[in-house]
Design a protein around this ligand. Sequence first.
Ligand code: URA
Length: 245
Amino acid sequence: MAKTVRLDRFLAEMKQGTRSEVKEFIRKGKVTVDGAVCRAPEQKIDPDVNEVCLSGNRIGWAAVEYYMLNKPQGVVSATEDGRYKTVTELISDSRRKDLFPVGRLDIDTEGLLLITNDGSLAHMLLAPGKHVDKVYFARVRGKLREGTEKRFREGLVLPDGQKLLPADLIFLNSREEEGEFYSEVRLTIREGKFHQVKRMFEAEGGSVVYLKRISMGSLILDDTLKPGEYRELTSEEIRLLKDRQ
Ligand code: URA
């Protein structure tokens, strides 16, 4: 069945202005539907069928959009923030204005963030009980206690008593620098508790000095994306993400 939407809503969703601004454009006769001026904001259109133009420019339609962002440090995982730049502001050429990040990375964490307006996919990836694998690369300062890998594997109990799901820790390398001990690790966790990775290492006597998310479920950060860069997901990446669930 055809999906219809009000003309003013369509234009607002496609980032052509606020709802009241686009109503004004419509009333002023700046909007055409299939070549004919339409002055009725409530006019129903089918975006897959009707051609909508504003001031002569064709307005493209996307029902859903999916972007992979390499989140840089200093940007918040939100859609609006009074103080910091947000991850959705970085997706400068998106067609839709209702994009949001799927989950959160801390302001000082880099790496993979999925940005979409697909609420059901977000739910499938984030809902408790889904246990989607999230892989992080971390640089940790300080010598960890004996047996960290085993405790992570068996489900670490945080100092506040929270028992975590099993996590896989792989040491990539370690070195001493100016009297400080550093390890580089790869950690796979299956839930997304507040500051989880940082708190896990703190519980073991370490301090995370750099954190980057590498993957989430089947979605792997494209290593050609520099921090702050993004690209649309391929149809195969979208299919794999949806299939897993
Ligand atoms: N764990 C953290 O501590 N921070 C993040 O940003 C993500 C996971």
